[in-house]
Design a protein around this ligand. Structure first.
Ligand SMILES: Cc1cc2nc3c(=O)[nH]c(=O)nc-3n(C[C@H](O)[C@H](O)[C@H](O)COP(=O)(O)O)c2cc1C
Length: 198
């Protein structure tokens, strides 16, 4: 993995929760030369997203949490959304971060879509439900986001747990964490582009 830089975006509303624990287990397997940056979206809250797309160009944020998150995003070859399952989808801080992408797409000097194309989006998620198919909406959100951005998609590492630390008892998830970031991450395509079911 030469010259790879992983950005882990922590979307839980609590620190050291199950999603983060699982992501750290997966990250332990990354080669030492791979750079890692970890940013908590609750410690660096983005402002409410204001949709100015059809009024005026968005202005590149300089400084502040928006500037920090934009710069970190642009610098990453691999973006890992570490979000618990909240109401079957990503958490609100995670969703707000993704909403800001819509502004960054309209920020003239950063060519956000072209810059992100070919980079890889990953997900790591903890959920209380034992039947992981209830996380399909979260999976679809991340997969389709990658497809829209012409990014690669590495899939979502899922682990079971309710209270912090529970996920460490999910031996199947811990086993998958060992090889998660080594898997192939194909360029994401919308189902209508491939003719395959989602
Ligand atoms: C606001 C909220 C919504 C949740 N929604 C779901 C859900 O839809 N399905 C589910 O299985 N668990 C749900 N949970 C449980 C969390 O996914 C679970 O506790 C998980 O371990 C939290 O991850 P964390 O420790 O990384 O924060 C929810 C928890 C909260 C606080």
């Amino acid at each position: 993995m030469p010259n790879r830089r992983f950005l882990f975006l922590l979307g839980s509303s609590r620190s050291e929760g199950n999603s983060e624990l699982l992501a750290r287990r997966a990250a332990e397997q990354l080669p030492a030369e791979v750079e890692q940056e970890w940013i908590s979206l609750t410690e660096h809250p983005l402002p409410e997203f204001a949709d100015l797309r059809h009024d005026t160009d968005h202005v590149r944020p300089t400084g502040g949490d928006a500037g920090l998150l934009l710069d970190a995003t642009l610098a990453a070859t691999d973006l890992v959304i570490v979000s618990p399952l909240y109401w079957y989808s990503v958490s609100a801080p995670t969703k707000r971060y993704l909403d800001h992408w819509s502004g960054w797409l309209r920020t003239p000097d950063i060519r956000f879509r072209d810059t992100m194309a070919g980079r890889t989006l990953w997900g790591v998620t903890a959920l209380a439900h034992e039947e992981f198919e209830v996380a399909d909406p979260l999976y679809g959100t991340l997969h389709h986001t990658a497809a829209y951005m012409r990014m690669r998609f590495g899939g979502v590492l899922l682990g079971n747990g309710s209270k912090p630390g529970d996920v460490l008892a999910d031996t199947a998830a811990l086993a998958q964490a060992k090889t998660f970031f080594a898997r192939e991450a194909p360029v994401a395509r919308f189902p209508y582009e491939t003719g395959e079911p989602a």
